[in-house]
Design a protein around this ligand. Structure first.
Ligand SMILES: [Zn+2]
Length: 98
């Protein structure tokens, strides 16, 4: 769990949950350090990584692989895949402070 973003100002480790939840909501919310209050915004490359990890596996799966006859089974597995991809994002995505 040591690879998750730290505060640029005081080096406090952000929790997985805090980083994870910052992805959900329009336009990616910034992370506020609970210790020193420094605001962190997702970097452009971080945003790309998050998009690739969540959207790419899901769309590839749904558009090209579709191993299931049933449409809803395919959708369900696509969402599941996106969920597992999103679990990894807090370890890979980087933030910058203003
Ligand atoms: Zn801090």
């Amino acid at each position: 769990m040591s690879n998750i973003q730290q505060c640029k100002n005081c080096n406090k480790h952000f929790s997985w949950k805090k980083v994870y939840l910052s992805f959900w909501g329009w336009g990616y919310k910034s992370i506020i350090c609970e210790k020193c209050g420094t605001e962190h915004r997702i970097t452009f490359s971080g945003r790309l990584i998050a998009t690739f990890l969540i959207v790419l596996p899901m769309s590839l799966f749904m558009n090209f692989l579709t191993p299931f006859e049933n449409f809803f089974t395919t959708i369900f597995n696509g969402i599941l895949l996106a969920f597992f991809g999103s679990i990894l994002t807090p370890f890979l995505v980087r933030f910058k402070s203003n």
